[in-house]
Design a protein around this ligand. Structure first.
Ligand code: G6Q
Length: 548
């Protein structure tokens, strides 16, 4: 493909940026009282307002040209139709097949994958119903009340985020736990309050070789065996989700209790598969299917809507505008719903592992910025912590504000106070506070002329800070499915424009490999010299001072 920066739309955007960079959003709003009308979109129960961005109609039209000139429509069809767009791993990228609610086949290597997808969903229904209804019994004949998902990265973050997001829909009396960290404190603290007779483990690992997960699974199995003194307990208390079925069987999990994974599902896109089993058990399979339905509807929107009215494309190109033309290095996700507290962490992986790349699909080093640093936190928590920097700091940090219109816990005025804060923040980021306002504020507070002169500069807020606002009617399983798919397709679109492979993760694999080698050294107390001097020195110091 032609280098991104040589595309006519890129060149036009460079020029456009120079012409518009001094424009203040505040003035744009004053000049056009219909700005909200021009720059907002609705999709089902989701509203996206993107009017608080440094854009005008020409900006959007040039950004859409960039998406078109990058071949977005073709790439989208390639992804949905099972072409091996993950070229470095020679794999298709088909998380969309997992939530394909149409009767259309999806082919990989000439084979329709839908029958297998459907049969795994059936199996998830069967297992989740049996566990929820109390039919599934532990080794001593008691029903299960605690589910522990053992997995890490893509086999953990999605199930945690969704289970937390859908907490109000969870079965009362059933608890779901997630153990991801190989730090023994995680598994030990989790097991401390659990009853082995009533606990079910789901070992979620596509490869079934990830050291963190396998070690935690072994510790869980030892705990179960120590307490049950019954070898057959493993069959009743362990389920696996794995592409590597042999390894799961070797661990001692019954073949029928192993759920399939496919190489065309990336870890960070896998919550829609049986990696989402803990979610299905917790909220029930009907709700899990609503989650899939919401994602499917967003898939259809992304695939078919014109780019100009396409929510994921709009979020993607706005991200490119700041990342590549304003040199913004990060992007903050700010959900205003307690249940979405893991949403930023989930998309930190989703985005940074996908688009944190610097080699193009053609094997060249990029000469432009790719994926930004994604970070975030519950917005209301952030207001009392890091928003100071967003308002008055020296960095440009575009933000996404997300809130449901209705609370799932409508108590008193809590929710409208939350909403008041929500609306106040994006507005203030945009307007800022000018000299006149700062002076007036100080005067209203009773300061003398002399003090006002001294103090007003520190009260100035630059304003002109861009944000997107997403309003959901309510945080239902379906709306959540659409919201997640919205961000997934945003990431895909940006990856296409940056001409990178969003679906491999060589650095994650390198981490696993190097750790395995150092683990071997530590275990055998090898006083190594094969690493750099710092690492050698640290390992020696550790070995000298540890009791292991
Ligand atoms: C996700 C990454 C990574 C992966 C974990 C767990 O896209 O590849 O986060 O999901 O390393 O891998 P396993 O599921 O194979 O244990």
């Amino acid at each position: 493909m032609e280098n991104l920066t040589d595309l006519p739309a890129w060149q036009a955007l460079l020029k456009h940026k120079k012409q518009t960079e001094n424009v203040q959003m505040r003035d744009l709003f004053e000049q056009d009282e219909n700005r909200f009308e021009s720059f907002h979109l609705r999709f089902n129960d989701i509203l996206l307002d993107y009017s608080k961005n440094r854009i005008n109609k020409e900006t959007m039209s040039l950004l859409m040209d960039l998406a078109k000139q990058s071949g977005l429509k073709d790439w989208t069809e390639k992804m949905f139709s099972g072409e091996k767009i993950n070229h470095t791993e020679n794999r298709a990228v088909l998380h969309t097949a997992l939530r394909n609610r149409s009767n259309e086949p999806v082919y990989v290597d000439g084979q329709d994958v839908m029958p297998e997808v459907k049969s795994e969903l059936e199996k998830m229904r069967e297992y989740s119903e049996s566990i929820r209804s109390g039919q599934w019994l532990g080794y001593s004949g008691k029903p299960i009340i605690d589910i522990v998902n053992i997995g890490v990265g893509g086999s953990d973050l999605g199930p945690v985020m969704v289970s937390e997001a859908l907490y109000p829909y969870g079965k009362v009396g059933l608890r779901v736990h997630f153990v991801s960290n190989v730090d023994p404190s995680h598994i030990c603290n989790t097991l401390r309050d659990l009853d082995p007779e009533r606990t079910l483990f789901i070992v979620s690992s596509k490869s079934f070789t990830t050291q963190d997960t396998i070690m935690n699974a072994h510790t869980a199995r030892d705990w179960l065996l120590e307490n049950s003194r019954n070898e057959t307990a493993v069959a009743k208390h362990f389920i696996a989700v794995a592409a590597n079925v042999e390894a799961a069987m070797a661990f001692g999990i019954k073949e029928e209790n192993i759920f399939k994974m496919w190489d065309w599902v990336g870890g960070r896109y896998s919550l829609w598969s049986s990696i989402g089993l803990s979610i299905a058990i917790y909220v029930g399979m009907d709700r899990f299917e609503s989650l899939l339905q919401g994602a499917y509807e967003m898939d259809e929107h992304f695939r078919n809507a014109p780019l100009e009215e396409n929510l994921p494309v709009i979020l993607a190109v706005l991200g490119i505008w700041y990342n590549n033309f304003y040199d913004a290095e990060s992007h903050v996700l700010l959900p205003y719903d307690q249940h979405l507290h893991r949403f930023p962490a989930y998309f930190q992986q989703g985005d940074m592992e996908s688009n944190g790349k610097s080699i193009t699909r053609d094997g060249e080093k990029v000469d432009y910025a790719t994926g930004p640093i994604i970070w975030g936190e519950l917005g209301i928590t952030g207001q009392h912590a890091f928003y100071q920097n967003l308002h008055q700091g020296t960095h440009l940090v575009p933000a996404d504000f997300i809130v449901p219109i209705e609370s799932l816990n409508p108590v008193g005025n809590h929710h409208i106070v939350l909403l008041a804060n929500f609306f106040a923040q994006s507005r203030t980021l945009m307007t800022g506070k000018n000299e006149e306002e700062a002076r007036q504020e100080l005067a209203d507070e009773g300061y003398s002329e002399e003090d006002i002169e001294r103090l007003y500069p520190s009260r100035l807020m630059q304003g002109n800070k861009p944000s997107n606002t997403i309003l959901l009617k309510a945080l239902t399983p379906k709306a959540l499915g659409s919201l997640i798919a919205l961000y997934e397709h945003k990431i895909f679109t940006q990856g296409v424009i940056w001409n990178i492979n969003s679906y491999d993760q060589p650095a994650v694999e390198l981490g696993k490999k190097v750790a395995a080698s150092i683990y071997d050294d530590l275990k055998h107390h090898k006083l190594v010299d094969d690493y750099d001097d710092s690492t050698n020195g640290l390992i020696k110091y550790f070995l000298k001072n540890s009791n292991d």
